[in-house]
Every structure is written in structure tokens, then in C-alpha cells.
Design a protein around this ligand. Structure first.
Ligand code: ZN
Length: 491
């Protein structure tokens, strides 16, 4: 069977386009990563899983992908990204730590959560603070091209001038007039000529900790600058895919395009890919709304909105069951349905493992591969891949029970197809199998401790019950409370 070519929705052109890399078989992909000042949450899981899916799929199709996902550890300010206190510095001030301690701690937390979700590590994970020189050089290029101005030690991008030559707003479908009326003016913006201009370099105030020397002032780069500088450094002036969450489209990605175009005189990324947002019970997620759920809370069931704990694979499966460009609503009902669906799929795959070959096939094994390939090639339609796998679970079960038969050759093909799609590309992991891999002694021991914890709970001995859970967490065993007992897994 011939592999269908990937058609990918390009936000820039608002159309599905045939994916053709600039320099095949190499693919350069840049995705905006987290600002590391808080625990990873649901909002981090969706872009990570979406671009992990694309990364895995391209690799499975034989491309050599250089996947760059940055860590923002400097320059992301509180208001409109370039006004107010640095998010990491603020957290450091509140916790009485060095800003780099905050960045390091939350980078580790993020990586750990991504591992739980079976998100592959990118090829390069550059930090903004490690690329100050490259950012200063990039700012110089924009100044030399005439699209930036200095004001009181800070450098701002001249949006109006840029817009005369190029279209500022073409990614998000805006024009400068809309942006003018929608930009709120803040105090302390006197340095800018226009409220829609954005900082490329900011002069540091005396109390600002993270600062570097530059030709203009001791200061720090504007938030958008790191992505232009680091994508160019690692992927070149032209690269294939730029990704991120839809919330980054404006202003962040719009500003990235303006910076790169001003400095390089041409577009840098060919395909812009954006995943849609996650809502919770129909509402936007936000700290002030009380529905802000961290991944740790999801995995342990410790948020008031959660009826139970949900395993990392349940979260991954739930996200993959929606197309990446659709909004996705989290609710206990939907997550419980995903948990059941994943369980059914894993049991089906287990049944396939027990099938004995016969001398003829009553199933057409090419059907599953063809359906999965066609779905994925159509703008990464993971829900259709899952639905093809579900349809086949029926066959796996009837093959295992001997109601249908399969030849040895077909059986090998079918198992390879399932491995490719369920594990390699969708990136699912059999969590139950991972548990038993921990050894024969471990399971009865952990169960004994958790039974003791149940007894402690019945006796309302919360200190002991928390102590058992915390000690297990420390050695990498994640306990998930259920209404009728408990579940656990090895992280
Ligand atoms: Zn970015």
C-alpha cells in the first residue's frame, strides 16, 4: 500500500496543504515550550501531546526530524508579555529563591510530567537565558534593517513602519487598525511610540535581578525575541514547521514573524500549526476561576473538581481522542469514558497477543493499516485512528476466541500494525503491564501498605494515611484514590 502524503493545516494560509519539507528527509520543527514559573498543568499537556504526535508520525514515516522546544526562563513579563514584573522573578521574590532556582525546579517538574505522559524528549531544548548573545545579535539585525528604535535604553519594534512594508497581523487575521483599538494603554509605556510596539530589549530597573550587558543598557530580551533567535540558530533561516498553542498566535507568534521577517527579509517558518485550547466544564481554565488543574493534581485526584485520579495515559488518550484543532472540554464524565475506552483497547491488544495462527485468514489485515494511514495523513486525525483501532478490537477478541482465523503471516502484520499505531505513533503505554514489570515482590508489598492506608483512613488517621502516600510518592509509586479503594502505578 502506498503511504498517503500528509496534508497539514497551515494557520498562515488557513488551508490544508500538502506537507513538503524544504530539505527532505530532514524536517525542522520549532515549538514554543513552557515559561517555567509554575507547576505544569492541563494547558501544557495539549501542545506537548499534539506536537509529540506530529514528531512521532514524521519519524515513523522516515523523516529525520530536528525538534526544538524552548524553555522560557527569562523575559516573559506579566502584562501583555512585555510590561510588568518578570514572571519567574516574581515567583522567586515570593519564595525567596534565586530566579534560576525557580526556573530549574519547574523545568524539572515539566520534564517529569512529560515523561509520565510518554511525550518524547525533543532533539534540543534551549533555554532563553543561555542565548542572550544570539538575541542581542538578532536585535542588531532588526535595528540595521530599520525596523526598531531605541528609547531610554530599551529597544522597541516599530510595528507601524513594518506594517507599511509587510502585513503585521497576517497570521492571526488582523490588521493594524483592529490592533490599535484593542490595545490597552498601560502606565509606564511612555518609552514606546505606539502602544502596539513591542520590546526587543528592555532596560532593567534597579531591582531587576536577571540582567545582561548590551550595547543599549544592562537589561534583558523581550519575550518574543528568544524564539526568533533560537529557531534561526538551530533550524536555519528557513525551516519547516512552527507550532504552539492557539493562545500564542497573538501577540507572540505574530511578533516572531515580524521580527524574523524584518531581520531576514523573508518568512522563516513554512507551516504554522496551532492546537486548540482546553476548557473545563465548558469554561476557560484560569487561576481566578478556581478550575486551574495541575497535572500532578490530575494524576493523584487531589483537586476539588476531580471525582478520582486519572492516569497519565488516560489524559493522553483523552487528548488524542479529539482532533488537535477542535476545542476539548475536560469533565469527569469525559475522562471516565476515556479511561474505559483505553482499557478496552489495551485488553483487545492483550487478546491479540494470545491469538494462535491458523492456515487461512478470515480478516483483511490491510484494512486497519490503510484506515490509520489515511486518517493520520489527513491533518493528523488521531480520533479516526483510534476509531479504526476500536473497530478492530472486535476482531482481536473474536480471533482470540477462535471465531475468526488468521495466518501466521497476517498475524505478524497485524501485530506490527497495532504496535506502530497504538504505541509508536499515538504513544500509548500499557500502564498495567508497566506495573507488573516492577517485580513480583513489589505488587503485594505496595498493596499491603495501601490496605493499611485504607484502614488508617477508616480510623480517620489522616496523618498516617498521608504519610504512607507521601512515602510511596517519594520512591516513585503514584497512588490514585478511588471511591471504592485505590489504584497505583510506577511513575
Ligand atoms: Zn515562541
Amino acid at each position: 500500500m502506498e503511504t498517503p502524503k500528509l496534508s497539514l493545516y497551515n494557520t498562515l494560509t488557513r488551508a490544508k496543504e500538502l506537507f513538503e519539507p524544504i530539505n527532505p528527509p530532514h524536517v525542522g520543527m520549532y515549538v514554543c515550550g513552557p515559561t517555567v514559573y509554575g507547576d505544569p498543568h492541563l494547558g501544557h499537556a495539549r501542545p506537548a501531546i499534539t506536537f509529540d504526535l506530529l514528531f512521532r508520525y514524521l519519524r515513523a514515516e522516515g523523516y529525520k526530524v530536528r525538534y526544538v522546544r524552548n524553555i522560557t526562563d527569562v523575559g516573559h513579563l506579566e502584562h501583555d508579555a512585555d510590561e510588568g514584573e518578570d514572571k519567574i522573578e516574581k515567583k522567586a521574590r515570593l519564595e525567596q529563591l534565586e530566579p534560576m532556582e525557580i526556573a530549574h525546579y519547574y523545568t524539572e517538574r515539566y520534564r517529569h510530567a512529560m515523561e509520565s505522559l510518554n511525550v518524547l524528549s525533543p532533539s534540543i531544548e534551549p533555554h532563553a537565558s543561555g542565548h542572550i548573545i544570539e538575541q542581542i545579535e538578532f536585535v542588531k539585525k532588526i535595528i540595521d534593517a530599520g525596523f526598531a528604535y531605541e528609547s531610554n535604553g530599551s529597544i522597541y519594534f516599530d510595528v507601524e513602519k513594518y506594517n507599511k512594508e509587510y502585513h503585521y497581523g497576517r497570521l492571526s487575521g488582523r490588521n493594524l487598525d483592529d490592533i490599535v483599538t484593542n490595545t490597552r494603554s498601560l502606565d509606564g509605556q511612555d518609552d514606546k511610540r505606539h502602544s502596539y510596539d513591542f520590546a526587543l530589549w528592555k532596560k532593567a530597573s534597579p531591582e531587576h535581578i536577571m540582567r545582561w550587558p548590551s550595547p543599549w543598557s544592562d537589561g534583558f530580551p523581550g519575550w518574543h525575541m528568544e524564539c526568533s533567535a533560537m529557531s534561526t540558530k538551530y533550524l536555519g533561516e528557513r525551516f519547516d514547521i512552527h507550532g504552539g498553542g492557539m493562545d500564542l498566535m497573538f501577540p507572540h507568534h505574530e511578533c516572531e514573524i515580524a521580527q524574523s521577517t524584518a531581520a531576514l527579509k523573508h518568512d522563516s517558518a513554512r507551516y504554522w500549526v496551532h492546537n486548540n485550547m482546553i476548557t473545563i466544564n465548558g469554561q476557560k481554565m484560569g487561576k481566578s476561576l478556581g478550575n486551574f488543574i495541575t497535572l500532578e493534581e490530575l494524576f493523584t485526584g487531589t483537586h476539588k473538581l476531580l471525582a478520582q485520579a486519572y492516569s497519565p495515559m488516560t489524559i493522553r488518550f483523552f487528548i488524542l481522542q479529539a482532533h488537535y484543532r477542535s476545542t476539548l472540554d475536560f469533565s469527569n464524565e469525559a475522562l471516565q469514558a476515556a479511561e474505559k475506552g483505553l482499557d478496552r483497547l489495551m485488553k483487545g491488544i492483550e487478546a491479540l497477543g494470545k491469538v494462535k495462527p491458523a492456515d487461512r485468514s478470515t480478516v483483511d489485515v490491510a484494512d486497519l493499516a490503510a484506515r490509520c494511514e489515511a486518517a493520520m495523513a489527513d491533518d493528523l486525525n488521531s480520533p479516526m485512528v483510534i476509531s479504526a483501532l476500536f473497530d478492530w478490537v472486535r476482531h482481536f477478541n473474536s480471533l482470540a476466541e477462535g471465531q475468526q482465523t488468521i495466518t501466521a503471516e497476517d498475524l505478524a502484520t497485524l501485530r506490527a500494525t497495532v504496535n506502530r499505531w497504538a504505541f509508536d505513533i499515538l504513544g500509548l503505554r500499557d500502564e498495567k503491564q508497566a506495573q507488573t514489570a516492577g517485580g513480583d515482590m513489589l505488587t503485594p508489598l505496595v498493596n499491603m501498605l495501601l490496605d493499611m492506608r485504607m484502614e488508617a483512613k477508616v480510623a480517620k488517621n489522616w496523618a498516617l494515611s498521608d504519610h504512607i502516600r507521601d512515602e510511596l510518592t517519594k520512591i516513585g509509586i503514584r497512588v490514585k484514590d478511588r471511591k471504592d479503594g485505590y489504584d497505583w502505578e510506577i511513575e
